[in-house]
Design a protein around this ligand. Structure first.
Ligand code: FAD
Ligand code: DLZ
Ligand code: SF4
Length: 510
């Protein structure tokens, strides 16, 4: 009899650890304190994972499989995966444990120790739900001086024959990024987001989370995520029919009061296994062939899943565990309270934090160019920033969170993932959003107490880190501008930043 462990982000009917499962085996699924609190996940994220786990367990039982499901509030709950595996081994006649490789290095290391600890064979199978295997990525990466997503993505397009003609990419270009940076127009008509009313199982979970995780960040109600494969497919269909059309144009745009924009909101479903990457890609590709969505939108969406999603996973497994310990800028400032409270006069930050708190969601540009940009410019400690991102978003699992935050946002890896830090002044946020219209600060002012903090923090960051960044060819223009600045102007940015950091430390409302 085998013990087959299914984790909270392995909710796919074809998951590799179930491949040869029989009704003689025991499928172990457990809601445990260790996984829910090793970072204090957003309440909505815990509710999503637990409810999706319960629905998935039901579907396995319906398939005739023997599921040992341990609810969070079961009196005998051991509080950890190790504890539950141990309990199952004591209760049952198990001759082997079968697991699909987990999405975090931390858990992989733990599971690898179980064989010795429990004196039972442990088989760890590859996670076949991705489009590039570890070997594919390692082969692609080996011998390259620089790893860049765009080249990896092109290979994936060829390999999976996505948006390809006989002669090359459909439309003649590999990407349409330059068309996908439109600022928001006045009066954009954004469709309502997907909304799945909680069923009885979800209602039970919501009550449980409300009681047991009251001190965790985030709003539990209203809860409208899908928690089943059918629901997730409905969310995908709604995106393809209602949002994909404008996804490309407004991919980078931010509008106050519009957290969902034209994004798909499917990352959480992909990451727990309710959706498969290729089916999302093909759905978008078919919408293009039907004439339902333009190429810039379809290619833009597909590149996120076939390109970025696979690329960051490749980087994670290639570079961990060393990756997490890197800190290129030696950044060490504590994460300020405003990331939890949203209390700041910087309107862009306030909006993005409050939406994150409400929805366990923020779209890519909010994560990168507002929340992340501030963390980079302010020199926040990478470990604290990583923990924040890992716990606040419903789609956050370390294999995807860490490269995005540590690499793309903080450049803590020194350029393994991205060719330059995504640092920006207030001008970028002004161009791509309407946040500045309702801000206490003036985005047009570069210095002084009324000036937009992003403006002086940007130049302070470049001065502070010039020694490490000057050689970067993609920043040549930035340093030329800095060198042309008068000494007074450079000093003003440093003085404004010092005043700002002091106020932050004094817990003033900055
Ligand atoms: P859409 O904008 O509709 O994009 C479609 C899909 O593409 C997403 O569902 C996602 O699966 C994939 N995708 C898009 N961008 C990326 C990317 N950079 N890396 C990997 N996949 C991508 N994504 C996560 O899934 N989990 C995270 O924990 C996470 N943390 C992030 C942290 C930061 C600082 C940044 C800048 C990005 C992060 N991303 C993360 C990537 C991206 O922001 C989210 O995938 C996206 O916002 C999810 O919303 P969506 O489903 O509406 O995506
Ligand atoms: C995210 C999460 C949470 C909140 N809770 C559980 C849980 O109780 N049981 C479980 O098996 N998995 C949970 N997960 C998902 C795991 O943390 C996830 O499998 C690892 O982070 C690896 O990606
Ligand atoms: Fe953000 Fe600066 Fe604009 Fe205020 S002025 S919303 S701080 S970019």
């Amino acid at each position: 009899m085998k013990l087959r462990l299914i984790l909270g982000d392995q909710l796919s009917s074809h998951i590799s650890c179930l491949k040869d499962a029989s009704s003689q085996d025991v499928i172990l699924m457990c809601e445990v304190r260790s996984e829910a609190t090793y970072v204090k996940h957003h309440k909505k994220k815990i509710a999503f994972v637990f409810s999706a786990m319960r629905h998935f367990a039901q579907s396995l039982t319906d398939r005739g499989l023997n599921v040992r499901y341990i609810p969070y509030d079961a009196p005998q709950n051991q509080g950890s995966l190790r504890g539950e595996v141990n309990a199952a081994l004591k209760d049952l006649h198990i001759d082997g444990i079968v697991v699909t490789e987990p999405g975090e290095h931390r858990l992989l290391a733990e599971i690898q120790s179980w064989g010795r600890e429990f004196n039972v064979p442990v088989s760890i199978r590859p996670d076949t739900r991705f489009l590039a295997t570890h070997e594919d990525f390692t082969t692609w990466a080996s011998g390259r001086k620089q790893l860049r997503m765009e080249y990896f993505y092109r290979e994936m397009r060829r390999k999976h024959q996505v948006l390809m003609d006989v002669d090359g990419p459909i439309g003649g270009q590999w990407n349409y990024d330059s068309e996908n940076r439109k600022p928001p127009k006045e009066g954009l008509d954004v469709p309502d987001p997907f909304d799945m009313p909680p069923d009885a199982i979800t209602q039970d979970v919501l009550s449980l989370v409300d009681v047991h995780f009251a001190d965790h960040f985030g709003d539990l109600f209203p809860f409208s995520f899908a928690v089943t494969r059918e629901g997730a497919l409905g969310a995908l269909e709604m995106f393809i029919n209602q949002r994909l059309n404008q996804f490309g144009d407004y991919q980078d745009a931010m509008v106050q009061g519009q957290p969902w924009m034209f994004h798909s909101h499917i990352a959480l479903y992909l990451n727990v296994g309710l959706l498969q990457p290729l089916e999302c890609i093909r759905a978008a590709e078919q919408a293009y062939h039907r004439g339902q969505a333009p190429l810039n939108s379809v290619e833009g969406f597909i590149s996120q899943i076939l390109g970025w999603r696979e690329y960051v996973r490749g980087i994670y497994w290639l570079k961990m565990p060393h990756y997490k310990g890197t800190n290129f800028f030696a950044a060490k400032r504590d994460l300020p309270d405003l990331y939890w409270t949203g209390q700041t006069k910087m309107n862009c930050l306030r909006q993005c934090i409050l939406e994150t708190k409400q929805n366990a969601y923020a779209h890519h540009i909010q994560r990168l160019m507002v929340l992340g940009n501030f963390a980079l410019l302010a020199g926040l400690d990478p470990d604290q920033v990583n923990d924040w991102y890992l716990l606040v978003y419903a789609d956050a699992f370390e294999w995807v969170e860490l490269p995005n935050v540590h690499g793309m946002v903080l450049f803590a890896d020194g350029g393994t993932l991205a060719s330059k830090p995504y640092a920006a002044s207030g001008a970028y946020i002004k161009k791509m959003s309407n946040y500045c219209n309702s801000c206490s600060y003036k985005v047009g002012l570069k210095n002084g107490p009324k000036a937009c903090p992003f403006n002086y923090l940007y130049w302070d960051f470049m001065q502070r880190n010039g020694g490490k960044l000057r050689g970067n060819p993609r920043l040549g223009f930035v340093f030329k501008t800095l060198d042309r600045m008068s000494d007074e102007k450079r000093a003003a940015s440093r003085a404004d930043s010092a005043r700002f950091f002091q106020a932050l430390e004094n817990r003033e409302n900055v």
